[in-house]
Design a protein around this ligand. Structure first.
Ligand code: WTA
Length: 656
């Protein structure tokens, strides 16, 4: 066993001996949207289970076929036709719920707007008509690069209204990252805003698009929403103001009756190579999956105020701010900015103001709140909360308990939800009225989901053991592949073990069948819940003129889960200075986005390599964690590591 595995297994031992158990409060269980019978119901016939959920949607043409499975390509409800916006908007308005609030919007500077379902429907129709008038048609791909304002879901839904697919690009990405994504997906239009607000500063979204559009000849237009009103340059003929394109557009728009398997969106995520993967999701199965999980996992009721604090630029926002909640007619919160603006109690001020009852956030945020201290939540009345959720990375039991006690007042169940961009929907999670929770465990598979933990040979590991998490049966919201690259789809997810979807996470199951996630087992880091590929950061570093070679690993970080640690070899004989390290961070920032800049940079004259020349990341991980080295027998030159250890240690001390 390597030192890494040793350390991991010790943490897992600690987790497995976790003795605290929290059964659902009886009153919660009595009123929950779903009870324990849902598990055997799904197990009797999982296709019938999902079909029954899909029939709760409104179909333009009912489906007769449920699952067509040509491994690894799934088609769900394929002969049906429907439109997502009808399910998310029209049917609520039609049934008299038009005045229900869809989003309480709060901008970072403090501006507020209430957006009802009727408002949203009108805005989506108008904007859909505008898109049509610009020549956007079914099957086209549209890039969206916007702040967290109501126009972002409006833009997404408007695409769906007419059958175009969106590719939302997180507002923290740099122009180069926009170019890669827009080019790969063949987008013909970019929708953006002049600026967005972030921690009191204006993020130049339009400028970033301008820089990107120099390299994206296929983009015909750029629609710009005026958010802050500061000046931006508008390219005659190409750039159009949002308010101009919707002017004179009718506020109704016939929804396209789309095939169940119509492409809904592409969302890029990091893999183990430098090229991000465009994960494809389609219409009916995805909506069935996210609406069902949203209803059961968050137990949403008509009078709840639900707040998922994610950014819509990531999958959590797609599934659990936009599609799941709107399909269920939920009242939600949309907040534009950071939790510490203007003060560190902003989240709690919002929760109090709107009487938030369900809060879904990330472990990294919870750990940050813990560090800031209980006085910030204590300033506000949080008694409206009744359910808490987390997503994005494993949550340490200490943070789980703090969340429960300090934020939830000891009375709210916590749902720790495991899933991925690829799975589209929550896969492993407690059901809050059913499952007994344990701090640090995502507990049980959602009904109708069939995961397993297997060893290196693909054999199921008995209770108490750990290995690779895999999924054994198709599920409705599963990815339909990687945009333009079926081969990579098969290679990445379906090749290691036959007939199993490989998620890329390590996991253990305890004697009661509870799942304990252990982080990624591939070269993907998880920094503040953002998936970042080591290779992507390495190529951004090597792109700098001074750098000859770079190796990047994730290092455990108390706040962000993992922090990026880079080992850098320069072209000359010199080692780099602190100034150069700063320059490299800025360089990675402009290549990829500021959130991917390495926290630690260790300059070196040599990297530890095997005799065949492969960089030994495992050793770099050990070095960067400051622990005993694992097996070094395959190392070409063993003197390299001692020196690196000393340097990395000095680097870490500087940071602390
Ligand atoms: C990690 C985010 C442990 C995991 C929805 C997964 C988690 C990756 C959890 C997907 C959790 C997400 N417990 N680990 N509750 N939730 N992860 O695609 O490593 O941005 O593979 O989707 O986040 O990240 P993605």
């Amino acid at each position: 066993m390597s030192a890494t595995d040793q350390a991991r297994s010790e943490t897992i031992e600690a987790l497995l001996t976790e003795e605290r158990r929290f059964p659902p409060p009886p009153e919660f269980a009595a009123n929950a949207n779903v009870g324990p019978q849902v598990y055997p119901e799904a197990d009797r016939d999982f296709e019938a289970f999902w079909a029954a959920r899909a029939r709760e949607l409104e179909w333009e043409k009912a489906f007769t076929r449920v699952l067509e499975w040509q491994e690894p390509f799934a088609r769900w409800f394929a002969d049906g036709r429907l439109n997502i916006t009808v399910n998310c908007l029209d049917r609520h308005v039609r049934s008299g719920k038009g005045s229900r609030v869809a989003y309480y919007f709060e901008g970072e500077p403090g501006d507020r707007r209430i957006v009802t379902y009727a408002d949203l429907l009108r805005d989506v129709c108008q904007f859909a008509n505008a898109l049509r008038s610009l020549g956007i048609k079914a099957g086209d791909r549209v890039a969206i690069y916007m702040p967290m304002i109501p126009e972002l879901p409006v833009a997404m839904l408007a695409c769906e209204r007419i059958g175009a697919a969106h590719s939302v690009i997180f507002g923290g990405f740099s122009p180069d990252a926009i170019v890669d994504r827009v080019t790969d997906a063949g987008c013909v239009l970019i929708i953006t805003a002049d600026f967005g607000w972030r921690r009191g500063k204006q993020v130049p979204l339009k400028d970033n698009c301008d820089a990107a559009m120099r390299h994206t000849p296929n983009v015909r237009h750029c629609i710009v929403f005026r958010r802050t009103g500061h000046e931006v340059s508008m390219h005659e003929g190409r750039d159009l103001w949002w308010h101009d394109v919707i002017r004179d557009q009718p506020d109704s728009c016939e929804p396209a009756a789309l095939e169940a398997e119509q492409l809904l969106f592409i969302l890029y995520t990091s893999g183990t190579t430098a090229k991000p993967k465009g994960i494809k999701h389609t219409t009916a199965g995805y909506l069935t999956g996210v609406a069902t999980t949203h209803k059961y996992v968050f137990d949403v009721k008509d009078d709840d105020v639900y707040w998922c604090t994610a950014d819509i630029g990531w999958v959590t926002g797609h599934s659990y701010i936009v599609y799941g909640p709107l399909c269920n007619g939920t009242t939600g919160i949309l907040y534009e900015g950071t939790p510490d603006f203007p003060e560190r109690d902003r989240f709690w001020a919002i929760a109090e103001r709107y009487k938030v009852s369900i809060l879904y956030t990330a472990p990294t945020a919870i750990r940050t709140f813990m560090k800031w201290g209980p006085e910030f939540p204590a300033r506000h009345d949080l008694s409206s909360l009744r359910l808490l959720g987390t997503v994005g990375e494993p949550i340490n039991p200490e943070a789980w308990m703090w969340y429960r006690d300090v934020i939830g007042g000891g009375r709210c169940p916590i749902v720790d939800t495991w899933w991925q961009t690829e799975t589209g929907m929550i896969m492993i999670t407690p059901l809050p009225g059913v499952t007994t929770t344990l701090p640090g465990s995502a507990t049980q598979p959602f009904p109708g989901i069939y995961p397993d933990v297997v060893d290196e040979r693909g054999a199921s590991v008995p209770p108490g053991g750990g290995g690779y998490i895999v999924i054994r049966k198709p599920w409705p919201a599963m990815l339909r592949g990687i945009w333009g690259d079926d081969e990579r789809y098969v290679q990445t997810y379906w090749s290691k073990f036959p007939h199993m979807y490989l998620a890329g996470d390590g996991c253990r199951r305890d004697d009661d069948g509870n799942y304990w996630f252990m982080g990624r087992i591939d070269d993907v880091m998880n920094v503040s819940g953002h998936r970042i590929s080591t290779t992507e950061v390495e190529s951004a570093l090597v792109d700098h003129q001074a750098v000859a070679e770079a190796a990047v690993v994730g290092r455990t970080d108390a706040m962000t889960g993992q922090a990026i640690s880079a080992f850098v070899l320069l072209k000359g004989a010199e080692l780099g200075s602190e100034a150069l390290a700063e320059e490299l961070r800025a360089h990675v920032g402009t290549k990829l986005g500021r959130f991917t800049a390495p926290k630690y940079i260790t300059f070196t004259n040599e990297l530890p390599k095997t005799r065949s020349g492969k960089i030994m990341r495992r050793l770099l991980r050990d070095i960067s964690e400051g622990r005993a080295l694992g097996d070094t027998t395959t190392l070409a030159d063993s003197s390299v590591v001692a020196e690196l250890q000393t340097r990395a240690k000095a680097e870490a001390q500087k940071e602390e």
